[in-house]
Design a protein around this ligand. Sequence first.
Ligand SMILES: Cc1cc2nc3c(=O)[nH]c(=O)nc-3n(C[C@H](O)[C@H](O)[C@H](O)COP(=O)(O)OP(=O)(O)OC[C@H]3O[C@@H](n4cnc5c(N)ncnc54)[C@H](O)[C@@H]3O)c2cc1C
Length: 623
Amino acid sequence: MRQAALIFILRCLPLFFTLLGLADCTVITNDTASLVNSSFEYIVIGGGTTALAVANRLAVNHSVLVVERGPDLVNDEAINDPFTTFGTPSPCHFQIQLAPQMGFNGSRMIPMTYGSCLGGSSSINTMIGSRPTYAGMTAVEALGNPGWGWNEFLPFMQKSETFHPPNPTQHAEGANFLAVVHGFDGPVGVSFAQPLVAPTLQDAAKNTTNTVFEGAVALSPDMGDGFSGGHYSSYYHHIHFNKTLQMDRRSSSAWSYLYPQTEQRAGLTVLVGHRINTISTSGPSEAGENITVTGVLVEPTGGGSSSAFNASREVVLSAGALYSPAILQRSGIGNATFLQSLGIEPVLDLPGVGANFQDQILLTNVSFSIAPSANITNITGGGEVLLAVVVAHPTAIDTLGPNGTSAMNAMLRNISAEQALSTGGIVGSKTLTTQAALTADAYEIDHPLIEIFYTPGPTAINVWAQSVLPLSRGTIRINSTDPSVDPIADAQYLTTEVDMVVAVAAARKVSSIAVTPPFSDLLVENALAEAGVPQVGATDEEVSQWVLSTYTPGTHPIGSNSMMPRELGGVVSPELLVYGTTNLRIADASIVPLSVFPHTTLGLYGVAEKAADMILQTATENL
Ligand SMILES: Cc1cc2nc3c(=O)[nH]c(=O)nc-3n(C[C@H](O)[C@H](O)[C@H](O)COP(=O)(O)OP(=O)(O)OC[C@H]3O[C@@H](n4cnc5c(N)ncnc54)[C@H](O)[C@@H]3O)c2cc1C
């Protein structure tokens, strides 16, 4: 039986649930006219991954307006069914064309996909569940963010999740868990795919990983325990598993924090199909500081007349790493000189807005055909197996050899001011040298250098590799005050030497995997040549050429409103308050200053829970 059948729940049944005392329905509307007489304490910009989590928590005791540019796709099977082929188009799928990125012998035009609907990118993503590591959060804290170390951050990730432990079959296939690091009654479902059945592939992937990394990459007790570096495992996903009905459903932010009966909030109004043009401010003071935000200017996404909404307490910006900086810039918050060049009157000179933008790279052009003689069902799970069945997080030593950590140290700790400034998206050389040193510290603990995951397709196996903690930095900059025009997103992929070294090493490991049994036994002969992947003996030049010609975005954009000290180009404080404002917070991927979330979503739910906690704390203090 297909396990992915969808569970449709009527969101709010007032009469019936009044009797049960659960009639407080969230309002979802696309009509601003119905809201003219409403007043709100909080406005949340965006209705995506972090936005809905923050709004849900605030709306328990406060009036909250969420404004989402995209539609409400509650019944869209293409996004709800976790077994829908990844990338199947839906009204939530959008792409932004990046600025020309580095390629081989010239530049490449690369689009980046993102989600725009309730749930945001969590409604269309690959659902791979991973968490930041202890080493990564130590680096974030050391960057000037007290309270953001692993031990303080873990409870917020736990608060967001309901973890479904592996069943005995899954456990036998390498699915482990440590109860102490998980949450069991939060809104987000996290589970190993049900069923987890691709036994031949799983066994082959585990054994070959072991051989290629010379036994150094061990089975993980739990890939979310903060110490995934040097480990492999079966992978968990953001999926809600219904034990009674034996069904899976994508656990998007919308299906976690908005749609379920238990998450209905009388105080919550969600306006869809409308985008924020600007954030309204009062002030500034003469020094351009202590600005208070008063509300937002909203317009229908398809065009039409604007409406203004006020927030009596705070505005929370959660439009994601691509769009949050653009909204700030249109509102006069950003680099003053740059804003003036566009004819925008600066309200607050904050050069870090849109800087420090980063994304991992993926080597996805790697699809090895399965041998005709192989048992396809055991390898692919008969089409019922999710994306990453086995994942490995090799460290610098695992990937580069015994001198791997010292090699990374040498590169990261010796970046000259000149080299640093040649990286596009930083506000000063000290930003990059500081971040590079913290990256080196993280590798010295055990931070993964790369990630490798094995994914079955109908007739082929994808072995994808990803850089985890890149150093190249880019920018998000508007070039028009028209909110319907995308900002210029420039990731500056692979523009630092160290990122190229890591990418080449990752590519070499993928080549080795394809020729190492038992995994290689599952593939056609000459699998590398057929897939166009460099041979094991290829020169560095040949591997670099392949990397530059084929890499794709990691689609984990972060950092464009970084949480770090203002003098380094930071935009928000550890309380997530925009510097120079009294009541504008940011809670989305743009605040993450270093790419320490191997896949971003589960960490971002932690960010949202922590943001809501801090906002509610302020509300209590201001009673
Ligand atoms: C194709 C793809 C695959 C991915 N795979 C994984 C994975 O397997 N595992 C994982 O952990 N992560 C994955 N990610 C990354 C992860 O989904 C994102 O990092 C995360 O969802 C970002 O959350 P966010 O809240 O910052 O932004 P989003 O969830 O993107 O939300 C931003 C919202 O703001 C809205 N918005 C933008 N501008 C405006 C405006 N002007 N007015 C109103 N609303 C606006 C958008 O429509 C959107 O809904 C993937 C992402 C993509 C795109």
